[in-house]
Write a protein that binds this ligand. Structure first.
Ligand SMILES: NC(=O)c1ccc[n+]([C@@H]2O[C@H](COP(=O)([O-])OP(=O)(O)OC[C@H]3O[C@@H](n4cnc5c(N)ncnc54)[C@H](O)[C@@H]3O)[C@@H](O)[C@H]2O)c1
Length: 422
């Protein structure tokens, strides 16, 4: 198939590269010329294992440009993958989605050609029916049933294993509000062996939000219990390992520590909280999940203050990415940790194996160590903010370590050691 991918960030780039890997011809469209120029060279501006190779292997089937109309004119199917960040109040910012939908519609105006738009961006339930569809149809000058199909196909990839997740997803969700019209996606995904869920557009949108809400609630439940464990002198990691052996519960997402960050969980839970309020329903549990999450960095800072005092100290922060395996720093837990250390009068030295370049603009005034060894040699204490596996190989002897991610080596060898929930 000839496929356009509008928005070539994490989701768009992986989706497009994966589709090219399946043998389709893909035209990336992004309004950011830097993104486009990099894609023309077969590269992206972020780290994602295997993505560079996938782009390179399929280069002859991949194009990139800023001209949306040209890409749409040459394709049968468009994936909408633009960002949907949080607005200041927590609701989802739909400006990019609305704007791109209008542009896609305008590109199809007057052509009479059939076209399928697939919404991959995470949007609140009702957005495809209430915002995207009217925008596309309005700009295209076509009514429902006049050859324009809009489907929802939410994305569940995890940064750090996104390429693998593209080829082996846990499930494929196809949302459609028409009795027929999903054939193009059925064909696209016919080689995949995972469950395929078929539902209406709003249901598909809600499935994505609900998945992220469940993950966030689970992490915050573990963390709240983890804080009780810490106060009681109980090791929360030991507790959660045993809790996870119950097959009704399962082991994943029970790690206690600094909590969740990244570009999805916090923003999607905030949007769901606002959605609940707009329905006149108090989102008690989801609001609590956010509050517990916000409390974790604050609890770690309290531990540092209580044990060594921050003012005048030189404190290292190990880990700036929101999780290991990525250089994405969006809503990283290192941000409130570093802000809090600076507010309390500490000098901060930061290190991350991948994410320092992306983190620097957030905190241009702190020091960045070239190697973890260089940092450890120059600080009074260390905060571990991301569970990079290589932090298990460092020498913490003689140091005070405040661990937000449970580094066993630090736990066993630090001079003074405080775990957040253990
Ligand atoms: N990152 C993830 O792990 C992940 C996982 C699942 C779902 N999602 C969802 O997927 C969507 C995209 O997320 P992302 O992390 O890839 O975002 P991103 O910010 O990395 O990429 C979005 C891209 O869209 C481009 N863009 C914005 N408006 C445009 C327009 N009108 N025309 C062309 N390009 C435009 C931007 O320049 C940017 O390159 C979001 O809704 C997000 O919630 C993300």
């Amino acid at each position: 198939m000839e496929i356009a991918v509008v928005g070539a960030g994490y989701v768009g780039a992986v989706t497009g590269a994966g589709l090219a890997g399946l043998g389709h011809r893909v035209s990336f469209v992004d309004r950011d010329e830097g993104v486009v120029e990099r894609l023309k060279q077969g590269a992206v501006g972020f780290f994602e294992p295997g993505l560079g190779e996938l782009l390179a292997e399929n280069r002859e089937r991949i194009g990139a440009g800023t001209d949306l109309a040209a890409a749409i004119a040459a394709s049968d199917l468009t994936f909408l993958c633009v960002g949907t960040p949080s607005r200041p109040g927590g609701w989802c910012d739909l400006r990019a989605v609305r704007g791109a939908s209008r542009e896609i519609g305008a590109a199809l105006a007057g052509s009479g050609r059939g076209h399928t738009l697939v919404v991959k961006s995470t949007v609140p339930p009702g957005t495809t029916a209430g915002v995207i569809r009217p925008a596309v149809e309005g700009a295209a000058g076509r009514g429902p049933g006049e050859g324009l199909r809009v489907l929802v196909n939410p994305e569940f990839l995890r940064e750090g294993s996104a390429v693998q997740d593209f080829f082996s997803p846990s499930r494929i969700v196809i949302g459609s509000d028409e009795p027929a019209g999903t054939e193009v996606l059925d064909r696209l995904y016919e080689g995949f062996s995972c469950p395929v869920v078929r539902c209406g557009c709003s249901t598909a949108e809600m499935i994505k939000y609900s998945s992220n809400a469940m993950l966030a609630v689970r992490i915050s439940a573990a963390n709240e219990i983890g804080r009780f464990c810490k106060a009681l002198g109980i090791d929360a990691a030991e507790v959660m390992r045993a809790v996870g052996l119950d097959d009704r519960i399962g082991p994943s997402f029970l790690n206690t520590g600094l909590g969740f960050g990244g570009s999805c969980l916090p923003k999607d839970v905030r949007a769901l909280v606002e959605l609940g309020r707009s329905l006149g329903q108090e989102p008690a549990l989801l609001s609590a999940a956010l509050a517990v999450n916000d409390g974790q960095p604050a609890a770690l800072l309290d531990l540092v203050e209580a044990r060594i005092g921050c003012a005048g100290r030189r404190i290292g922060v190990l880990g700036l990415a929101f999780k290991p395996g990525t250089d994405d720093v969006r809503e990283s837990r290192a941000v409130p940790v570093i802000r809090g250390l600076l507010e309390r009068g500490a000098t901060v030295v930061a290190y991350d194996p991948l994410a320092m370049d992306r983190f620097r603009p957030l905190f241009p005034g702190i020091e960045y160590a070239a190697t973890p060894g260089e940092m450890l040699a120059s600080v009074d204490a260390v905060v571990i903010a991301t569970e990079w596996p290589e932090f298990e190989d460092l020498d913490y002897g003689g140091l005070a370590v405040f661990d937000g991610r449970r580094c066993e080596r630090a736990r066993k060898t630090a001079r003074l050691y405080e775990g957040l929930c253990w």
